[in-house]
Ligand binder design. Structure first.
Ligand code: J2J
Length: 571
């Protein structure tokens, strides 16, 4: 069974093939590039086992073999078939990639939840894709007991298989599963190869390979169907732009399931170039600097708050970071001042990345002049990326004038999964995607982000759909209205503030209680508002919607006042 998605019109697909962008190869091809004996993954400091050095090294030969054997297990032992779906939630461990490629070899389409995701997010993914298998870890609090797993089974009647990895077994968790297959290794590998070849004949490459996650601006998290052809192109071209090679030693310290460390060029770009991925459980500087020193890391991708921590730490510590050649920063707006300090303090080149799981990725180029690298978020990666900057009525604005970034191209989706109504609002009839990002484009095509026109908070790279949190707050018996807006924050760039209109004047509502309430509803921690403001009524726009511009101003004024009074010692 094929996973439904909105395809590119035939003439576009033809153009992408003619240009050599779509090569009709499956994504599993990515792990065939590295030399057998070269190191594919170094999996360090497995979370939960902080005090033991359980670093584990996977050569390309080992990676390929494990992927094939696990694929055989999925197909032969679990009976998974092409078109089945899987929900996966793993932390930054090498097995994430083994599971990802093994499922893909069988044609199982996965959703890879972030490890920070909680009940609500997992429930929603489960309802949307009706998975046959769940792969997770008991290191996550939701799976420490069997209760939540049982709940997921109710949501997806297909859900027959749970593979839960114990943190203490992480040293060889895949081997535990594969123990019975190992004696018949050659037979298993041959069977999987035959299965893959058979599927290749059915043109898998233009079909959905897996789902990426949308940062979202709606009530339910949306899924992004990525095809083999479009994702493979995005990875190949990214690896080329970043000049990856066998010598690349890439530190994956952001959540491995996120589109950025996965594909821009991320771990997959590194596999494609035959280089090495070093996995860290977090971007915490002490941990990462140790790894940089120990494994001669040459490249890392960061979000702005992590980059700020690295710069501060590097100034006060004496680690040897000489091996670092390139630091990418993306996911949220990088200030000019921090951008300037990165090359100065870390002694390596900076690259800005403006990307989105829906597709389009922009990079500053390695040979760009320093001002371009510091003041822009780069330009699209290929000539068939169509980018327009438009005003409120959809007309293109002159170069240098701010407007909304809209785009279509060889690796930008034409629609979200199973969301016809939402698709009508964010894609136009010509297939352009309305990103909700406000940008300025210069004569050369370089983009600078100047704001946002979508109901989302970007908390240091983590995206929060305002509507999702507001809807939950509205279910509270004492809340009449709620509006979630961003507020400026020195470290995170933005944090979230929930304005609450209680149903009665004399209400007992408190921030602590509301946080607890939201936690019991199982949303990811990063979505819980950083601040609550109780007001009598929300300011409205002329069409009667909460006036978020006014609310943002209100909280930002309040913060300035508080800062001023604390400086004077008043509070
Ligand atoms: C300002 N805003 C940015 C930047 C993303 C590479 C890099 C990042 C993502 C990502 C990604 C920004 N400056 N440099 O998928 O492949 C905001 C924009 C954008 C949204 C997308 C990749 N880089 N953003 O962050 O799907 O608002 O992808 O539309 O999580 O992040 O978020 P997401």
């Amino acid at each position: 069974m094929k996973t439904p998605f909105t395809p590119w019109p035939t003439e576009f697909a033809q153009q992408y093939r003619d240009k050599g962008y779509w090569i009709d190869s499956p994504l599993t091809d990515l792990i065939t590039k590295g030399e057998d004996a070269d190191t594919a993954i170094i999996c360090s400091g497995r979370a939960g086992l902080e005090n033991q050095d359980l670093s584990r090294v996977f050569s390309y030969r080992e990676l390929r073999e494990k992927v094939s054997l696990l694929a055989y297990y999925f197909s032969n032992d679990l009976g998974l078939r092409a078109g089945d779906t899987a929900l996966v939630q793993l932390p930054n461990i090498a097995e994430f990639y083994v599971v990802y490629f093994a499922l893909m070899k069988v044609g199982v389409v996965s959703v890879n939840a972030l490890f920070s995701h909680n009940e609500r997010e997992l429930r929603s993914y489960c309802e949307q894709i009706q998975p046959t298998v769940f792969v997770g870890s008991t290191a996550h609090k939701l799976f420490a007991s069997p209760k939540f797993a049982a709940e997921l089974k109710v949501l997806s009647t297909n859900l027959n298989h749970f593979l839960l990895v114990e943190p203490s077994d992480w040293a060889d968790c895949i081997d535990d599963i594969l123990v019975e297959i190992l004696p018949e290794k050659d037979k298993a590998v041959a069977a999987i190869e035959a299965l893959e070849n058979e599927r290749a004949l059915k043109e898998v490459s233009e079909n959905v390979a897996f789902f990426q996650l949308s940062g979202g601006s709606t009530g339910t998290p949306k899924l992004i169907p990525r095809t083999h052809n479009d994702y493979y192109f995005s990875i190949r071209r990214s690896a080329e732009i970043c000049e990856l090679s066998r010598a690349t030693r890439y530190l994956c310290a952001l959540p491995c399931a996120h589109n950025y460390p996965m594909s821009s060029p991320g771990a997959f770009g590194v596999f494609c170039a035959g280089g090495t991925v070093i996995m860290a459980s977090s971007p915490e500087p002490q941990l990462c600097f140790d790894l940089i020193e120990k494994y001669h890391v040459s490249m890392a991708s960061l979000v702005p708050p992590a980059a700020a921590m690295w710069v501060d730490a590097a100034e006060s510590q004496s680690h040897n970071l000489e091996s670092l050649r390139l630091i990418q920063v993306g996911g949220a707006k990088l200030s000019d001042s921090l951008a300037r300090r990165i090359p100065e303090v870390l002694g390596c080149q900076l690259q800005q990345v403006l990307g989105m799981a829906e597709g389009l990725v922009n990079y500053t180029r390695l040979d760009d002049d320093i001002e371009t690298i510091i003041t822009t978020q780069g330009k699209p990666m290929c000539s068939l990326d169509e980018v327009k900057v438009v005003n409120e009525v959809g007309e293109e604005v002159p170069k240098g004038v701010a407007g909304e970034l809209v785009t279509r191209g060889p690796y930008t989706i034409r629609g979200y999964f199973n969301a016809p109504e939402h698709n009508r609002t964010v894609f136009d009839e010509e297939g352009f995607y309305y990103s909700g990002d406000l940008v300025r484009q210069d004569e050369r095509g370089y983009l600078t982000v100047v704001g946002r026109d979508k109901d989302q908070i970007n908390r240091g790279g983590e995206k929060i759909a305002a509507e999702e949190v507001e809807n939950l707050l509205l279910k509270h018996e004492l809340i009449m209205h709620s509006a979630l807006v961003s507020m400026p924050d020195k470290t995170m760039g933005e944090k979230s503030c929930a304005f609450i209109v209680p149903k009665v004047k004399a209400h007992p509502l408190k921030s602590v209680g509301l946080r607890k309430y939201l936690r019991t509803h199982g949303i990811a921690d990063y979505k819980i508002p950083d601040r609550f403001e109780f007001i009598e009524s929300l300011p409205l726009t002329h069409v009667g919607k909460p006036n978020k511009v006014a609310l943002r101003q209100m909280i930002s004024d309040r913060l300035s006042l508080e800062k001023a009074s604390s400086r004077k010692g008043i509070v």
